[in-house]
Design a protein around this ligand. Structure first.
Ligand code: SF4
Length: 244
C-alpha cells in the first residue's frame, strides 16, 4: 500500500472540500499506471468520464458486459468509444460459469438476482482489479443509503483503493455539468429511466419516485454488490445465495 489506512482517512476528509478534478489528478499522479475506472455508460456517467479523460485520456475504462444490457446502452457505449477515443475494457463472466449460465442464465435475474450480480458483475470486476492499486468510480451519496455512508477514499479487497470523486455531487450538479458541457446523452432518461442498469432489473420511474426506484424494483435489493461487502468476498457462501 502506498498510503497507510490512517493517511487515507485523513486524505479522504480533506477531499470532502476538493473538486472532482483535483481528486482525479491526485489519483493519476499517485497510482498510474495501476489505476482504472469503471463506467456503466449511462448519461449520469458522462461527467466523470469527461473529467477523467481530460486528465488521463488513455485510462482503462472497465465496462461490465453482463449480456443483459439495453440495446440503447450498448449503442451509446459504442458511440462514446469512437467519438471520445476511450480505452474501454469489456468484462465478462468467468468461463467456469458457462454451463450454469447456458442453463439458467436468462432466468437468473428473476430467480436469484444476488447470484446473477455476483457472476455477471462482482466477480468479473474483482478479477479485473487484480494487480491494480486504485479504482475510480462514479458513485454518489444521494443515490442510496449505503452510498450516503461511504467515503471518498476507501480501501476494499486486497488493499485496492476505491476513489469516488463525485461522491458529494447531487443529481442536479450532474445534470448541469452535462448541459454546460453539452455532453452526449443516453436516450433512456428521456423515457423516465433516470438510472439504467441491466434490462431485466430496470423499469421506468413514476413522477415523484426516487431516481433509483426503477432498479431491482419490488425486491429487497438496491446495490449490485460492487460497493458492498460482497465485493470483498473471495467466494460464495451458503448464507449469501439461495441453495437449490
Ligand atoms: S442487474 Fe439484474 S441482470 Fe444485471 S447482473 Fe444484476 S441481477 Fe443480473
Amino acid at each position: 500500500m502506498k498510503f497507510t489506512p490512517t493517511e487515507i482517512e485523513t486524505l479522504s476528509e480533506e477531499f470532502e472540500k476538493s473538486s472532482p478534478q483535483e481528486i482525479v489528478t491526485w489519483a493519476v499522479e499517485n497510482f498510474c499506471p495501476d489505476l482504472a475506472m469503471s463506467s456503466s455508460f449511462q448519461s449520469q456517467s458522462m461527467p466523470l468520464l469527461h473529467i477523467t479523460r481530460q486528465i488521463h485520456p488513455k485510462i482503462r475504462v472497465f465496462f461490465l458486459d453482463t449480456g443483459m444490457h439495453f440495446w440503447d446502452t450498448l449503442i451509446f457505449r459504442e458511440r462514446l468509444e469512437e467519438i471520445w477515443q476511450l480505452n474501454i475494457v469489456d468484462l465478462y463472466p468467468d468461463a467456469s460459469w458457462r454451463t450454469f449460465l447456458r442453463h439458467f442464465g436468462q432466468d437468473l435475474p428473476e430467480t436469484d438476482p444476488d447470484l446473477c450480480c455476483y457472476i455477471r458483475k462482482v466477480q468479473p470486476m474483482q478479477k479485473a482489479m487484480e494487480g491494480l492499486s486504485a479504482w475510480i468510480t462514479g458513485i454518489r451519496r444521494d443515490q442510496t443509503e449505503n452510498r450516503a455512508r461511504t467515503k471518498i477514499l476507501k480501501y476494499t479487497r486486497d488493499g485496492l483503493l476505491r476513489i469516488a470523486p463525485l461522491l458529494n455531487w447531487t443529481g442536479e450538479q450532474i445534470t448541469n455539468y452535462i448541459a454546460e458541457n453539452d455532453l452526449p446523452r443516453h436516450p433512456l432518461p428521456a423515457e423516465l429511466y433516470p438510472s439504467i442498469g441491466c434490462k431485466p432489473c430496470t423499469r421506468p420511474i413514476q413522477p415523484g419516485e426516487n431516481t433509483r426506484a426503477g432498479r431491482w424494483s419490488g425486491r429487497n435489493k438496491t446495490e449490485c454488490g460492487l460497493h458492498t461487502e460482497m465485493f470483498n468476498k473471495n467466494r460464495l457462501t451458503d448464507e449469501d445465495f439461495k441453495l437449490r
